[in-house]
Design a protein. Structure first.
Length: 255
């Protein structure tokens, strides 16, 4: 990241973080450092959100940073895991969109380890909310609807059994999203070769995919550092409540 952009982000981030969280100066400084460090690893949409003068963009940027940090803490045995910012793929929703407010934030795609020739994908539609804990119920209800909508749309277009005349276009979109991701092993390994063959088979609809949804509520004044999961009647969508302690105290992240 150019130093000029980094400096501008640092200055603006500290100002925006103070407006959003009302923390003391030292916490704001530490949180800004975490954000800037993470920003260099995020996609262009989120990076521009960080320096956008519109205040509401800080929520989008922080949602990406917080979700990225949360996913890093997980131990995974998946061959590949990528977090897609759906603002970068708005056209996936163009035929079904009732407005940008109904589109969820992210799509997590995970490639399962398998010994067969089929690519097994796990897809998680994610919506994040950042607000005071006193308005949590209202935000979670809205987020739930967004995730439900996202699953319905994406499950339809990325259906390997689809008979739609546009199915090859959508398979190509899914393939593109996966191959543009960063792969953590060298391209001369057997693992890479096997995965590449399976990924190319997506273009012919040779894959399977399971769907679930996740609502992440980051509550500004929530006490404690453990995630709290809400009980719901919908087994497809999970709702989690999280505090912001990790973003303001980076030592808890091992940083």
């Amino acid at each position: 990241m150019p130093s000029l952009v980094g400096s501008e982000m640092c200055i603006r981030d500290r100002s925006k973080l103070y407006q959003l969280f009302q923390w003391e100066e030292e916490k704001i400084k530490e949180a800004a450092k975490v954000c800037i460090n993470e920003a260099g690893k995020l996609d262009g949409i989120s990076l521009f959100s960080a320096v956008n003068r519109k205040d509401y963009k800080i929520h989008e940027f922080m949602a990406y940073v917080l979700t990225s940090l949360r996913e890093k803490k997980k131990v995974s045995d998946k061959t590949m895991r990528i977090l897609i910012h759906l603002d970068s793929y708005q056209h996936w929703f163009s035929d079904n969109e009732t407005g940008s407010e109904s589109r969820p934030d992210f799509l997590m795609l995970e490639v399962e380890n398998s010994s067969d020739d089929i690519l097994h994908l796990k897809a998680s539609v994610i919506e994040c909310k950042i607000a005071g804990e006193n308005t949590a119920d209202e935000h979670k209800k809205k987020a739930y609807k967004q995730v439900k909508h996202g699953i319905e749309v994406l499950k339809t277009i990325f259906d390997p059994t689809s008979k739609s005349i546009k199915r090859r276009y959508w398979y190509a979109q899914l393939y593109r999203a996966l191959v543009f991701a960063q792969v953590t092993f060298g391209d001369n390994t057997n693992e890479f070769t096997e995965l590449s063959i399976k990924l190319r088979a997506i273009l012919d609809g040779k894959f399977d995919i399971s769907w679930n949804g996740v609502v992440l509520g980051y509550w500004i004044n929530m006490i404690g550092e453990n995630e709290i999961q809400d009980s719901t009647e919908d087994s497809e969508i999970s709702i989690y409540n999280l505090s912001l302690i990790h973003i303001s105290e980076p030592t808890r992240l091992g940083m």
